[in-house]
Design a protein around this ligand. Structure first.
Ligand code: NAP
Length: 253
């Protein structure tokens, strides 16, 4: 049985919608206090705060394209509830850009992707490690992707590279900081029904996407959230460094 998350303080990045929102809600239902990070989508973030109350939910805005804002997000988040026990690095972008695109546009898209998906993750990791070393425990949960293990189609070269980097980062954290009681995990979703994926899914065709799954239905954000809460509960600590596939059987390894 899953332990409750009372006394757990969790930062979830990109929690204003999609997978991050589902993870934040699941952590709250299990009793955690959650710092809910958002960038441009305020209304849904605010509605979670109204539902669970300000003693349970704090809202922090940051553009993770900007390194200083990523660092400030972390400092503000540690102040909300007097520290953090788990950091969920979830915010990300998924821009399509084929290699026949004008060079400068292609490289701008590459850089935006790396800045949000990997540079911000690096900054948040570095600050989490300092914080967790001081408080002698902590967990980082990275939301990676099937793309890191399977590769992607050529319009998403930067995205797959960013998720590969994130996955290696998580493994290095697990190896280097386990002795400080710091644990690190990757959850690797396949296509999940969110705003991010729907453009690609509609291009491929939903029937074709379903055909490529072992299961009969597309993954929902709510299918991913319980695993994140379980990791935060500490009951998976001895699986530190692991990448857990959550892709409806679309890529089994
Ligand atoms: N959906 C899928 O099929 C799928 C598959 C594999 C992996 N993933 C991964 O799952 C994670 C969540 O994706 P999702 O599908 O839930 O996407 P989503 O619904 O598009 O949500 C993305 C989140 O990231 C935030 N974000 C985007 N750009 C940002 C920026 N510059 N600064 C700060 N925050 C920013 C958004 O904040 P605002 O809306 O407030 O701006 C939003 O909360 C991502 O890391 C993604 O790569 C998703």
């Amino acid at each position: 049985m899953m332990k409750n998350l009372n006394n757990q303080r969790v930062l979830v990045t990109g929690a204003s919608k999609g997978i991050g929102m589902a993870i934040a809600r699941q952590m709250l239902v299990k009793g955690a206090q959650v710092v809910l990070h958002y960038h441009s989508t305020f209304d849904t973030a605010e509605s979670v705060q109204q539902e669970f109350g300000k003693d349970k939910v704090a809202l922090v805005k940051a553009d993770l394209m900007e390194p200083k804002q990523s660092a400030n997000l972390f400092f503000k988040a540690t102040e909300c509830f007097g520290g953090l026990d788990t950091v969920v690095i979830n915010a990300g972008i998924f821009e399509a850009c084929t290699i026949d695109t004008d060079w400068e546009k292609w490289f701008s898209s590459w850089q935006r992707t790396i800045r949000v998906n990997l540079d911000a993750a690096g900054i948040l990791t570095r600050l989490s490690l300092e914080h967790f070393q001081n408080q002698k425990q902590g967990r980082i949960i990275y939301i990676g992707s099937r793309a890191a293990v399977r590769g992607e189609t050529q319009e998403y070269l930067a995205y797959a590279a960013s998720k590969g980097g994130l996955t290696s980062l998580a493994k290095s954290v697990a190896r280097s900081f386990g002795k400080y009681d710091i644990k690190s995990f990757v959850i690797a979703p396949g296509f999940t029904r969110t705003d991010m994926a729907m453009e690609a899914i509609s291009k491929i065709g939903e029937a074709q996407v379903l055909e490529n799954l072992a299961l009969n239905e597309l993954t929902q954000p709510e299918d991913i959230a319980p695993l994140a809460a379980f990791i935060a509960s500490g009951q998976m600590d001895h699986a530190t460094g692991t990448t857990i596939d959550l892709n409806a059987g679309s890529h089994i390894r």
